[in-house]
Design a binder for this molecule. Structure first.
Ligand SMILES: Nc1ncnc2c1ncn2[C@@H]1O[C@H](COP(=O)(O)OP(=O)(O)OP(=O)(O)O)[C@@H](O)[C@H]1O
Length: 239
């Protein structure tokens, strides 16, 4: 029998007040997979990730992580369960150093042995952040800040990492660098879900993908199936 998915979203409906943003959205993420959620501006991509993390008003539907229903679990408990999120536009503490930002991502507040070993692991993945540990985060380039944000999310040692528009506002060269980092993170055995508006950037990297249109999942498939799909051409012709 096939391995059950790590994350399963079933018939998710999200409303901001009376305004329905997601309609019966279903998707799944397998262990150690990279999954992309593609969609035009305002289609609800960020809301899908926020809803998984308990940061959007879920009206109905199920979100199962390793079989456990997340819809009533507070966000900080999800972090302890092994889920972490890199928020859009990075949301760093600009006046603090790189190292201080990383420590804020640790699950334990005091610097104990466990935190130290997480820091060593994260700094081994991002040697540049070890070199720049005393630099003020707000003074770094956009790409470097995105690295700090990803590194900070890894400090809780997640098994599933959600990334809200990881390439937003970055130059093509830096996008390549961040894509390399996502791959590297995935090689550590961490499943990654990210959203993106650009077809090539989405499916070049992912094992599988989904397309959202007007708050509904209208297509799913492997990267190649998605890139060659008529539906993608139709949705994107108007963009
Ligand atoms: N806190 C909120 N309150 C009310 N409406 C919201 C809120 N957050 C998002 N929306 C609306 O929900 C819809 C989907 O937004 P969402 O940010 O999920 O889309 P997106 O596909 O990620 O778009 P973008 O690429 O522009 O970030 C939009 O119409 C947006 O205006």
């Amino acid at each position: 029998m096939a391995e059950p998915p790590m994350l399963q979203v079933e018939d998710l409906n999200v409303l901001y007040g009376d305004y329905q943003v997601l309609w019966d959205v279903s998707m799944s993420v397998g262990q150690k997979e990279i999954v992309a959620v593609l969609g035009p501006n305002g289609s609800g991509k960020s809301t899908v990730l926020k809803a998984i993390m308990g940061l959007a008003p879920v009206r109905s539907g199920k979100i199962l992580f390793e079989g456990q229903d997340l819809t009533r679990v507070p966000t900080h408990e999800m972090v302890a369960m092994g889920i972490s999120m890199v928020l859009e536009r990075r949301r760093l503490f600009g006046q603090m150093t790189v190292r201080e930002n990383l420590l804020l991502g640790a699950y334990h507040r005091s610097v104990n042995k466990d935190t130290r070993s997480r820091l060593e692991w994260v700094e081994s993945l991002f040697p540049i952040l070890a070199e720049r540990r005393d630099q003020i985060a707000g003074k770094m380039s956009g790409g470097e800040q995105q690295m700090v944000a990803i590194a900070r999310s890894l400090m809780s040692r997640p098994r599933l990492l959600l990334m809200d528009e990881p390439y937003l506002g970055l130059a093509p060269r830096v996008v390549k660098q961040i894509a390399g980092i996502i791959r590297r993170v995935n090689e550590e055995g961490i499943a990654v879900v990210f959203n993106e508006q650009n077809v090539k950037l989405s499916f070049g990297l992912s094992d599988r993908g989904y397309l959202l249109e007007g708050g509904r999942m209208v297509l799913s498939g492997t990267g190649e199936e998605m890139i060659n799909s008529d539906v993608i051409s139709r949705v994107y012709l108007g963009v």
